[in-house]
Design a protein around this ligand. Structure first.
Ligand SMILES: C[S@@+](CC[C@H](N)C(=O)[O-])C[C@H]1O[C@@H](n2cnc3c(N)ncnc32)[C@H](O)[C@@H]1O
Length: 271
């Protein structure tokens, strides 16, 4: 069961996952760019479902901004960690529920419960079965109010080819590589857990085919994707970094940049 593999992986990496989005300038781009689009499309207030929210980085950030939050994840260790962070930050009043569950089955929530739904940093990529992915998209949309924004980010197939080239070209000889390249499916065992890596058009079609309008897509690491060292060095120079961020935000919605970015974000709306 790939779900057990995924849960085991995230159980072992709670702190790593909590640090991931703030650990350096490169990773912070994913966070900052996502927040940029959240600010652009979220209503001013309301109840938000953070589906696959892990240790709660976005739940805490949005709770701090005054939203009421429900955090759902399938890894109990992440949820325990999140509960402690919520308490420490005195945000219990804003976070209504912290629940163990899967994005594939949100039947505990009635239709049209939320003013927005977020599913960020790849939970949908960890659903390996295509029909279950379709179900997850249908569920994320069903629990959202009509017209409410849905934010989903996933891992990119084109970008993972680049990392293979950069750090693991010997894996081109492994049988798994062709499945990764041709179907986007990776079943774990070589440093990361089971994951479906999306092509940008596949990502968009998966939502359009379920009657979800795409408001915008973006590459979260953008044009600097996979250039971790260069980005981290650049961030030390205030002036150059400011120009880079301007460049990043000007280019991150370009179709060529979306597809090559490590994480791709889609903002959708149910029609
Ligand atoms: C890379 S983390 C992202 C966490 C958080 N959204 C963020 O961006 O910081 C992926 C999370 O997805 C969760 N996950 C994977 N498959 C899931 C599923 N089917 N349902 C709910 N959560 C899932 C994992 O437990 C993990 O916490």
């Amino acid at each position: 069961m790939t779900e057990n593999l995924v849960r085991d992986y995230y159980t072992q990496s709670v702190r790593q996952e909590w640090r991931r989005l703030v650990k350096d300038a490169y990773h912070h781009l994913e966070f900052e760019t996502t927040l940029h689009f959240l600010e652009k499309y979220l209503p001013k207030q309301g109840l938000i479902l953070d589906a696959g929210g892990g240790p709660g980085r976005y739940t805490l950030e949005l709770a701090r901004r005054g939203y009421r939050m429900v955090l759902l994840d399938m890894t109990p260790a992440n949820l325990e960690f999140a509960r402690r962070q919520i308490k420490r930050s005195r945000l219990q009043g804003q976070v209504e529920r912290v629940i163990e569950g899967s994005i594939v089955d949100l039947s505990r929530f009635a239709d049209h419960t939320f003013d927005a739904v977020i599913c960020l940093g790849g939970p949908l990529s960890h659903v390996l079965d295509q029909r279950k992915r379709e179900k997850a998209i249908a569920e994320l949309s069903r629990v959202n109010k009509p017209g409410a924004p849905l934010f989903v980010s996933v891992m990119s197939r084109l970008s993972v080819m680049v990392i293979e080239l950069m750090i693991a070209p010997h894996e081109f000889e492994e049988p798994f590589f062709k499945s990764l390249r041709d179907q986007g499916d990776y079943f774990g065992g070589f440093g990361f857990t089971a994951c479906h890596f999306f092509l940008p058009e596949e990502f968009a079609d998966a939502f359009r085919s379920q009657g979800i309008d795409i408001l915008e897509m973006a590459g979260l690491e953008g044009i600097g994707s996979r250039h971790n060292k260069k980005i981290n060095a650049l961030a030390k120079n205030e002036l150059r970094w400011r120009v880079w961020l301007e460049t990043h935000f000007q280019t991150c919605t370009h179709p060529a940049v979306i597809g090559m970015s490590e994480h791709m974000l889609l903002v959708g709306k149910k029609v």
